[in-house]
Design a binder for this molecule. Structure first.
Ligand code: FAD
Length: 445
């Protein structure tokens, strides 16, 4: 049977869901307050999605879902320059289909496919609320006008507020780390500098992290990641400070040296980074509203340095599509089963990041690794440098084919490594205090 569906939000989650449901014959309207990219090909401001201009890495699952559910979006993405690559995930395992691309390139492709998809209307507007009949959702109100729907899908992202009052409070919160990044382009003919894997180079220092994400056509983003509480490094948002820091960190200088690359944006300060999980339920423990389901970042948001957000979002889309296939317009069954799946398959990723980020902030503040508590996943992974048996077990977790609990089998091996006194050595470069001096010299207070 045809289900009439209203989707709140035309970001990646909303539009891929909309395309996939329309391809199944359902009647879908997806509503977003953003007008989309200018027709003249000019820059797309995309206000309201803080991360739009920031670095994104694309794991293989993103391409897998597109090829299965929105093949026109995959084709458009390749046409716009997306570069599929093979990704090594530890223990000698390689997974195909990670993609080098800017987020803007990805969203342009998804949006172009959505606009061409029969059965899907992409509507410009602000969703003011969900309308109800009896105790269930019956549609949405868009700028004062009602649109009826059998199923309302909230894909309004991590900042979506429209249905927040219906939901139980989320678990998690601000993750305690912050970053700035800047987009560059490799100069013609210059060899790509060293990389940690096919999509990124990462440097680990005493008190901060640096990551370079390579996008398409030699464009890349350089990120410097610090503790939110580290006020001395806030000034990295100033161009002079960022450039001085980039020149002082050897691994980053290899990418950003003016002979190697030219900057194509100013320094982009990021907004607050979150680790938050919210399921399908309201404060009473019942479904927030039968007929209304939540997907994407509105359910699960994680610190971006592992590049997991689009994968968790599109995994949810895949699950929701299966449930609609099975249950049709039985919206209570869809909501209940989606919530059970979210609890089992999404909550653990948020908890994984909460554990890693809290421990990282403590280490950056000078604490040693706490061997009396459960080891965070990144600490287990780092120990693979000393014990190859740990590396053998990392692949499924790194590829997000197994939950974080899968690392439990090698946790004791990692503990043994740390009990013997080994600690991950920082990469060559300034310590956090030395970097703070570099920043202060570039931008005097
Ligand atoms: C700094 C940063 C870096 C990231 N890097 C990565 C990465 O490297 N790899 C990765 O996989 N993920 C990354 N992520 C996560 C990724 O960006 C998100 O997972 C992704 O944006 C989720 O898509 P979404 O469609 O669920 O939400 P969004 O992209 O937030 O889209 C929500 C949409 O809903 C619309 N909307 C909201 N409310 C309303 C309303 N009332 N009416 C109409 N429209 C509305 C908004 O305009 C928006 O278009 C990063 C996140 C951040 C914050």
């Amino acid at each position: 049977m045809v289900v009439k569906v209203a989707v709140i939000g035309g970001g990646p989650t909303g539009l891929v869901t909309g395309i996939a449901l329309a391809r199944r014959g359902h009647d879908v309207v997806a509503v977003d307050r953003d007008p989309g990219p200018p027709l003249d090909g000019g820059p797309w401001a995309r206000r309201g999605v803080m991360q739009f201009h920031h670095a994104h890495a694309f794991r293989p699952q993103v391409g897998e879902v597109l090829r299965a559910e929105a093949p026109a979006a995959w084709d458009a993405w390749l046409t716009l320059g997306a570069e599929p690559v093979e990704l090594a995930v530890g223990g000698g395992r390689v997974v195909p289909g990670a993609v080098r691309s800017r987020r803007e390139t990805f969203e342009r492709a998804v949006r172009a496919a959505a606009l061409e998809q029969p059965g899907l209307e992409v509507r410009l507007g602000h969703v003011d609320g969900v309308t109800t009949r009896g105790c269930r959702a019956r549609g949405v109100r868009i700028d004062g006008s009602d649109v009826e729907a059998d199923l309302v899908i909230d894909a309004s992202g991590r900042s979506g507020r429209v249905n927040r009052h219906l939901r139980a409070p989320g678990t998690g919160g601000e993750c305690g780390i912050a970053y700035v990044d800047r987009v560059y382009r490799l100069r013609p003919g210059v060899a790509t500098p060293p990389m940690t894997n096919a999509i990124a180079w990462q440097g680990t220092y005493a008190g901060y992290l640096v990551i370079v994400f390579l996008h398409e056509k030699g464009v890349f983003s350089a990120l410097i990641i610090r503790a939110t509480a580290d006020r001395a490094l806030v000034a990295l948002r100033h161009t002079r400070a960022f450039e001085a820091a980039a020149a002082a960190i050897p691994g980053l200088r290899a990418w950003t040296d003016p002979d190697v690359a030219e900057a194509v944006t100013d320094v982009l300060p990021g907004g607050p980074l979150l680790n938050v999980y919210r399921g399908q339920r309201g404060p009473s423990g019942e479904l927030a509203l039968p007929g209304l389901v939540f997907v994407g970042d509105s359910v699960c948001t994680t610190t971006p340095n592992f590049g997991r957000g689009l994968t968790t979002s599109l995994m949810q889309v895949g699950e929701l599509l299966c449930l609609v296939d099975v249950h049709g317009s039985d919206v209570e069954a869809i909501g209940e089963e989606l919530d059970a799946w979210d609890e089992a398959s999404m909550r653990p990723w948020v908890e994984d990041h909460v554990s890693m980020d809290h421990a990282l902030a403590r280490r950056w503040a000078g604490d040693d690794i706490d061997l009396s508590a459960r080891l965070p996943s990144d600490v287990i992974m780092m120990a693979a440098a000393q014990d190859p048996a740990i590396g053998q077990a990392l692949g499924p977790y790194l590829a997000m084919q197994a939950l974080p609990s899968s690392l439990g089998e090698v946790e004791e091996l990692a503990r043994t490594v740390y009990r013997a006194g080994w600690r991950p050595p920082p990469d060559p470069g300034p310590s956090r205090d030395e970097l703070a001096d570099v920043v202060a010299a570039a931008v005097p207070a």
